[in-house]
Design a protein around this ligand. Structure first.
Ligand SMILES: [Zn+2]
Length: 98
């Protein structure tokens, strides 16, 4: 990826000066946990995204609040929590509300 597009991806997620001070491993971790994932701004967006994913692909994801950007991201990890989330999705869909 070209440097300009790499920097554009960082915009709005991290403080660029602080980010560039991190070593390669630390930067890679931030890419994996934040930059490479869509950012959801609030729990309403999280709920919509979780339900859409379930309806489109029958997949239940988990979510976490991100220390890097202050938003939320979806993740496949957390089997137990995903089960609870699935229960909530099914309940929501049964109620006909999102
Ligand atoms: Zn993030």
């Amino acid at each position: 990826m070209r440097l300009t597009s790499r920097l554009l991806k960082l915009e709005g997620r991290v403080n660029l000066v602080d980010f560039l001070k991190l070593n390669e491993n630390e930067q890679a971790k931030i890419y994996k946990g934040c930059i490479n994932k869509p950012k959801l701004d609030d729990l309403e967006q999280v709920t919509k995204a979780l339900i859409e994913k379930y309806q489109e692909k029958k997949v239940t994801l988990n979510y976490y609040e991100c220390d890097t950007c202050g938003g939320f991201h979806l993740t496949k990890s957390g089997k137990r929590r995903r089960r609870l989330i699935k229960h909530m999705i099914l309940k929501t869909l049964a109620g006909g509300k999102i």
